[in-house]
Design a protein around this ligand. Structure first.
Ligand code: CA
Length: 225
């Protein structure tokens, strides 16, 4: 059983690696998201243990990019207790299981064995609101049965809105999750991109899925508007 462990906390990674090796598993460790994604795309693993907060590319992006490149290796996500991602997010991302840190090693081993037994079904998680859908694996967006072409940033924004459909999202939340954490460009970038997205998924279809909640942010209607 080949395991890829993507974890930047070196001591934790080493402890887990030793433990898994003692269980008879073959373990590779990557300490950042880029290295981890590359290993996952180029080597055949039976299961991947993926931390969320990682340098270079976070676990969220690693999981999304893996699924977008049609690699369905089961992924177990490690989330921090106070983390910004919860288990619902983990599953939306295309992960197969999650554990909250600090976790029990025995539980980790049991979950990994169970994931490997279940295997890797081709199961991209389609995001849907009414007749608006986004397929993270094929990156196809459909509105009322018609394909809509989005730039990568528009796609990221729509994906984030769909993952949180029905919720009011502040501009800061959107900025932190869709743009680079260190983004220091124009303040109104979220407004600008919401405008671009509306002109592609709403206006041509006579719809209004993306609502502006004055003073609070934006909300994508759960029924697609
Ligand atoms: Ca980390």
């Amino acid at each position: 059983m080949r395991v890829l462990l993507i974890e930047d906390e070196v001591r934790l990674a080493e402890t887990v690696r030793r433990g898994l090796v003692a269980e008879g598993m073959l373990v590779d460790v990557a300490h950042d998201g880029d290295q981890g994604l590359f290993a996952a795309q180029t080597q055949g693993y039976d299961v991947i243990v993926l931390d969320i907060m990682l340098p270079k590319r976070n676990g969220y992006d690693v999981c999304r990019d893996l699924r977008a490149s049609e690699i369905w290796t089961p992924v177990l996500i490690l989330t921090a207790k106070d983390g910004e991602y919860d288990e619902v997010d983990a599953f939306d991302l295309g992960a197969d299981d999650y554990l909250t840190k600090p976790f029990s090693f025995v539980v980790l081993v049991a979950r990994l064995r169970s994931l490997v037994r279940r295997g890797a079904p081709e199961r991209p998680t389609l995001l849907v609101a009414g007749d608006l859908s986004l397929d993270p694996a094929t990156r196809e967006v459909l509105r009322a049965g018609q394909a809509v072409s989005l730039t990568p940033r528009e796609f990221g924004l729509l994906q984030y809105l769909l993952r949180h459909r029905g919720d009011v999202l502040s501009k800061t939340e959107i900025l932190d999750n869709v743009w680079d954490l260190h983004y220091d460009g124009a303040d109104n970038v979220v407004e600008v991109y919401v405008g671009y997205l509306r002109r592609k998924i709403d206006t041509p279809f006579g719809r209004s899925a993306i609502e502006t909640i004055r003073g609070a942010g934006y909300r994508l209607a759960g029924d697609g508007g």
